[in-house]
Design a protein around this ligand. Sequence first.
Ligand code: PLP
Length: 424
Amino acid sequence: MSEQFLDTNVPGNPAYHFTIQPPVREGGAGWLRRPELVPDAGLATQCVHGGVQPDPAYGAVMPPLYLSSTFAFKDICTNAGYDYTRSGNPTRTALEEALALLEGGHGATCTSTGMSAILVALNLLPHGSHLIATVDCYGGTFRLLEHARRFYGLEVTYLDLADLGALQAALRPHTRMIWIETPSNPLLRLTDIAAVAAMGHRHPDCLVAVDNTFLSPFFQRPFALGADLVIHSTTKYLNGHSDVVGGAVVSGPGRPLLTQQIQSVNNLLGTSQSPHDCFLVLRGLKTLPLRMRQHEATAQQLAEFLLAHPAVGKVHYPGLPSHPQHDLAQRQQKGFGGMLSFELKEGGNKRLNHVLRSLKWFTLAESLGGVESLVAHPASMTHASMTPEARRSAGISDDLIRLSIGLENVEDLRSDLAQALTFP
Ligand code: PLP
């Protein structure tokens, strides 16, 4: 046989017709996947298979990326289920189905950023509503709530939600939402979701919303604890690779009307996520369990290292027995996550800058939840949008350092922290 026929899978090769039959193209429906099994599967299986339908065209194993902004109609009322990508897109639907599944919710809507997910949730509230928010929420959430207070007449009360007596006293007849962020950013304080939800639900029409960005559904399932809405910045752990900004709002189980509302508000605000970004988040989801387990294992070791370090004062990590809500973390969460924060025993800008400048594997940057370790100074970065008074009352000191623990070797990260905490 001549050299040119070494590859038998080539038309023209005399062996071709006898050895390898060309695939028979039957259309992909029913191939490869058993989507009906996914709802009862374990979370890791759901991360891999959630939202992924058999591809009717070619049997593609990965969902195709539909970039088209618009979709053809056959006549004035017939199309294939999509008309315009702001209102709906098959790639976005795949991600929304996956997220609803992972959170155990009814449905989801994916937004351009985590902030726009929060905006969608706030736009469910009728004019003149009152909202109660956790006092040490993400700085951007605080800024948006303040904006809504000043420009849209939303009444907002900030509370330490660990104080259930204060919550009870703050609830009003027109309280329409309680905003929980647990663990909170950057102090890793916890809120007892079940207790707050039970109290909130004594008030008619009050939605309990949980920002689940820090733990992801792998470590925390707010719907099982009574929440009505789950919010994500998918920019963080769900995508996990620091190459997308995105968000999601998920509606609770058995809430078709709420699903309809979040999807229609996302469409009317024009905040829906681009198909390309949805594709990337869907890809990120597949390794979520592996990443979360490793983030957590390394964070736990580094939190213990920092706690024992002579230059370090407070360490905030729910996995430490010294964390004031360690018991609640064990009860409410399936893991402690990959975020921690700490304060220097002896602070001040000079020493703070020494640490931030000396770190080599931790990049000084905003954001969190990616494969690479990051360090942030909340007072000047993530929480700079809060007034100094608001930061002070939330307990965020100017000396606080926040770490997002990546997937590097723990030994490298530990020795990096050790050298950065050595002062001249
Ligand atoms: N929620 C939390 C807890 C966050 O940490 C962030 C951002 O850091 C957001 C929401 C906002 O998300 P995004 O930056 O994707 O708009």
